[in-house]
Every structure is written in structure tokens, then in C-alpha cells.
Design a protein. Structure first.
Length: 163
């Protein structure tokens, strides 16, 4: 089962076709089976998110029924002596860099993800966090949670003009 991430933005994003697969972080048009996901966001432009290396499974995430259990499982995971967040860190950094490059002017974006086959599950929670938080090696997205990722001073303005 794959973790399927989505992004909602204020500014209309540049969308790329899903196939043929192109390397890198990108936004794809919503596939028909995921059209209802758009209703979970407050921002108007919704797209399926492709992560730099592989599918959304290459983001650190936890999947449990309640917010309390997800917090517990994230803490339990990082306390495991063999836990190594490094294999997925590049994707968290690439996602943050992509969002800063393309949506810095908006001040925020919204993120939501679920495991394939669980698209009909209700939203379990809402969280507002600074975008920089997703770079922390112990950060895990919670499935079925809508994140409002807010750009702050830790998100420097892109030096190149936005295009």
C-alpha cells in the first residue's frame, strides 16, 4: 500500500502529467478516484504530490486511529535504537525546498496524505506548523491529517525570481 500525498495552494501550480514518470518533486493533476480530496482543503488549488525519490512512502509518516496514538507511535519509532531517519531526509528537504521555491509568496500551503485504499476515511485532525518543522529528522506526517504548513523566518525568500 502506498502513501498518497496531496497539496493545496493559493496560487495555481504548474502541473505535470503523471506519466511518463519524471524524476523530482512535482505536482500532478488529481486522478478521478481522488477528486474528493479537494474538499478536505481550504485552499483552492489541489494536486497530487510526487516526491523527489519514489512515491509518498518515502516521507516519514505514522498511521494510527487517533492523534494521541499517532504522537505515541512517532515517539516510539524515533526511540527505537535502530531507527535511522536519514534514508527519507532527502525527500523532506526536497519537499520544503520545492514549496519555498514555488509558493513562498503565498505564505502557506496545505498538505494531506493517506494510504491507498483509505481515501474514504474522514480527516482525523488539523495541524498548523512552520514549514521548517518538516525538515526535522524526527518529524513524521500523520495520515488523514490536514497540515497547514506556514512559511516563516526559517524559510528564506528564494533569491531567484519566481517563475
Amino acid at each position: 500500500m502506498c502513501f498518497i500525498p496531496f497539496l493545496a495552494t493559493k496560487t495555481a501550480p504548474s502541473l505535470v502529467p503523471e506519466f511518463p514518470h519524471q524524476p523530482g518533486t512535482a505536482l500532478h493533476p488529481l486522478r478521478p478516484q481522488y477528486a474528493a480530496v479537494a474538499g478536505r482543503f481550504t485552499l483552492s488549488h489541489c494536486a497530487e504530490l510526487q516526491i523527489a525519490h519514489g512515491c509518498g512512502c518515502w516521507l516519514r509518516r505514522v498511521d494510527f486511529p487517533t492523534a494521541e496514538e499517532m504522537e505515541y507511535m512517532a515517539g516510539f519509532t524515533v526511540s527505537e535504537p535502530r531507527y535511522n531517519p536519514a534514508d527519507k531526509q532527502d525527500n523532506h528537504d526536497a519537499l520544503a525546498d520545492y514549496l519555498i521555491e514555488h509558493f513562498w509568496q503565498d505564505g502557506l500551503v496545505e498538505f494531506f496524505g493517506f494510504f491507498e485504499g483509505n481515501e474514504s476515511q474522514p480527516v482525523r485532525g488539523h495541524k498548523e506548523i512552520p514549514l521548517a518543522a518538516i525538515r526535522h529528522p524526527h518529524f513524521h506526517f500523520h495520515t488523514a491529517t490536514v497540515y497547514r504548513l506556514v512559511f516563516d523566518q526559517a524559510c528564506p525568500r528564494p533569491s531567484a525570481p519566481l517563475g
